[in-house]
Design a binder for this molecule. Structure first.
Ligand code: SF4
Length: 696
């Protein structure tokens, strides 16, 4: 081992005696993050409960959070570096040392060009918040490697539409609970944002009226006064019809529109034909219900829209939904007021100060012309064209999250070295990885989590199991061996975490540090927090107005006005959708199967199908079925339920076979990818029309 290499920060002595430590759930329901209290003794986790004092979660932990205690002492956990023994896909491994693992990686990188090395990180890389994920970015920037925003499999498409209008910032759940008179849960599930539930309950106790708009009944419906089930992918049509009613019945806020919006005249002309009757044909709702919804939203104010994070945008014209919906608060003057605007959304934040930028001094070394954009179709195509030699998978089961996983699999086959850093094996690493690096779990690292309103410290409570190492350690080791200068300019991990906190100022004007955060019990309310977004009426667009007309979208080949595009004609009868449940988190923990509690709750893929559709196909509830289309097929069990519309089928996301049937076509072109800073439009369509049959 070269002399100048790092000492192992992960190899600390286990704590002795019984300790109680406050930390955070390692999942990334962002901005929901729940506090945990853990008890440890002799380097063993004794108990894990909800942190009663956490100002956000107040003791709440869902089944996913509680199940994380099963990571430790889990016989399936990866504990040592493993090298592939047989052919890819044989799932045969042999133990190797960390030195051998590093040498294999360094050798592969040094025998190719940096732009032929790719970094893909999933939610599993963010279990300790930004500490690992920011360093992956820094490693990619300074190493000149390809790296992509993982938001393109999740919330980015919703953010893209909102960003075109200029209303990305959210008001808080506390504001909703205290002030909203009408609450539209539009595609929002509590599975993604469980901490909304007590605030919804509080709002309803106060008399707020809650409406749930979705393609299926979910746990959110139970908190609603009215449920609107609409056909998938028709949200934009509904929003345009609401706008039409608001304009026709003069329910709009003239003063707000004149002062703070751009493009009202062409917008008003554009929506004239988007009548409730027009939208009724598309959405499946009655025209009168659409009219009533528009009147309620415009008149029973303040009214907040809590928009879904991800699933509702997974279709060929996914950006149109958030683009159209985000215009409604501007028409009615609901932005910048208590109880109005856009509410808590996955991946979004209210106005306030978060983490410091630890990438500002890390210029991208990759030549712009060599960079593969954060555009899913382009990434898959680049892999299939043999443009990558090395791929790192950090905390991700890539096959479970990329659309058209058949095409992705063909691309993965062409990569010479695939390295997976994770807690467990998963479908992608079993089939394609050449090297497995065992990851530390969150109690074995120092970390931070950020909710909409607070930053929390995650203390290290346990020494790493086996030879597991953190992302921070591995990247530092690799950067040293690859001579990536200035990669880790901090003395140690705590100094690095303090650098992330440096954007927060203490009462005496000092930068917040880990030590100071500890003195505050690990909780920190963010500086400059505003519970109400856009009180200054300055919006995140070139004109600083709400842009009902977006000129740059026009130039990039998109409709400059909010629009609805009908789906292409389908060759199969059932529209396939996917989403989140309370008992799973994407493909975490080998699709939930590595943790006994989650495996019991998710014994296998289950497809929601309406009784009419099931009867037509002679499918009984819980019967084994095959879901198939021109791209491939996937086996599951039927869940026959009238909580979904006829003609639509739905499944929990994260099952790796699911994306064999989804489309990897782009939604927007690479030219239109970067119209909204921080929210690339590079999600693929994920559209799928399928047939379902009973398995013989
Ligand atoms: S809601 Fe999310 S953050 Fe909270 S306990 Fe469940 S998984 Fe963890």
């Amino acid at each position: 081992m070269p002399k100048n290499l790092l000492k192992h920060h992960d190899r600390e002595e286990p704590m002795t005696g019984k300790h109680q430590i406050t930390t955070m759930c390692p999942m990334n329901c962002l901005p929901t993050q729940c506090g945990m209290t853990v008890e440890v003794a002799e380097n063993t986790l004794l108990s894990l409960t909800g942190d009663q004092h956490n100002p956000d979660s107040q003791g709440f932990l869902c089944i996913r959070g509680r199940a994380t205690q099963e990571i430790f002492a889990n016989p399936k956990r990866l504990l040592y570096p493993l090298r592939r023994a047989g052919q890819r896909g044989e799932d045969r491994w042999e133990r190797c040392s960390w030195e051998e693992a590093y040498s294999l990686i360094v050798d592969a990188i040094q025998h190719t060009q940096p732009e032929r090395v790719g970094l893909w990180r999933g939610h599993g890389a963010g279990t300790t918040g930004p500490t690992g994920t920011m360093l992956v970015n820094r490693f990619g920037l300074l190493g000149g490697f390809q790296q992509w925003a993982s938001s393109i499999i999740c919330w980015a498409m919703g953010g893209y539409g909102l960003g075109l209008t200029g209303t990305l910032s959210t008001s808080t759940k506390e504001d909703m609970a205290a002030h909203s008179r009408t609450i539209l849960l539009w595609g929002a599930t509590l599975a993604s944002q469980p901490d909304l539930a007590p605030h919804l309950v509080a709002a309803r106790k106060r008399g707020a009226y809650v409406i749930h708009i979705d393609t299926r009944r979910t746990e959110a419906s139970r908190h609603a006064d009215e449920v609107f089930l609409i056909r998938p992918g028709t949200d934009a049509a509904l929003a345009l019809a609401i706008a039409q009613v608001i304009l026709t019945e003069k329910l709009y806020d003239q003063e707000f529109i004149e002062q703070y919006t751009l493009g009202f005249a062409p917008f008003a002309e554009h929506v004239q034909t988007c009548t409730p009757a027009w939208a009724a044909e598309i959405t499946g709702l009655e025209p009168d219900r659409i009219r009533a919804l528009a009147r309620l939203y415009a008149q029973q104010t303040p009214a907040v829209i809590v928009l879904g994070g991800s699933s509702m945008f997974k279709h060929q014209h996914g950006w149109e939904a958030s683009r159209a919906i985000s215009c409604l608060p501007a028409l009615t003057g609901q932005l910048g007021i208590a109880g109005g605007g856009m509410g808590q959304r996955h991946g979004a934040a209210p106005e306030g100060v978060g983490y410091a930028d630890v990438l500002a001094d890390a210029p991208a070394k990759i030549p712009a012309e060599a960079a593969i954009p954060s555009h899913m179709t382009s990434i898959t195509e680049a892999m299939s064209a043999g443009q990558l030699d090395v791929l790192f998978l950090f905390g991700t089961n890539m096959l479970s999250s990329f659309a058209d996983s058949n095409a992705l699999a063909r691309g993965l086959e062409r990569i010479n070295l695939i390295v997976s850093h994770d807690l467990f094996l998963n479908a992608t690493s079993r089939r394609y990885a050449d090297l497995l690096l065992p990851a530390t779990a969150w109690l074995e690292d120092l970390g931070l989590k950020q909710t909409a309103t607070h930053i929390y410290l995650m203390e290290r409570a346990l020494a790493p199991a086996g030879e597991c190492r953190s992302l921070v350690t591995i990247l530092r080791e690799l950067a040293q061996r690859l001579a990536i200068a200035h990669f880790f300019p901090w003395q140690d991990e705590e100094e690095y975490v303090s650098a992330l906190l440096a954007a927060q100022q203490t009462a005496t004007g000092e930068a917040l540090t880990v030590a100071e955060l500890r003195r505050h019990g690990g909780y920190w309310q963010k500086n400059g927090l505003s519970h109400i977004a856009y009180q200054n009426h300055l919006f995140a667009t070139p004109s600083q107005k709400v842009e009902l007309w977006r000129e740059r979208a026009h130039q990039a080949g998109l409709s400059p006005l909010p629009s609805y595009t009908p789906p292409a004609t389908a060759d199969y009868p059932l529209r396939f959708c996917q989403g989140r449940t309370l008992t799973a988190f994407h493909a975490f923990f080998d699709e939930g199967q590595a943790l006994p509690t989650l495996a019991r709750a998710n014994p296998g893929p289950q497809l929601w199908i309406h009784p009419q559709d099931a009867q037509k196909r002679q499918i009984a509830s819980d019967a084994p079925i095959v879901i198939a289309n021109q791209r491939g097929q996937f086996e599951a069990r039927a869940h026959v339920t009238s909580d979904i519309l006829p003609g639509v089928v739905w499944m929990r996301d994260g099952w790796s076979g699911l994306n064999r049937v989804t489309s990897g076509a782009p939604i927007v072109s690479p030219a239109a990818n970067n119209l909204v800073p921080g929210a690339p439009g590079g999600q693929a369509a994920y559209d799928a029309w399928v047939e379902v049959r009973a398995l013989a």
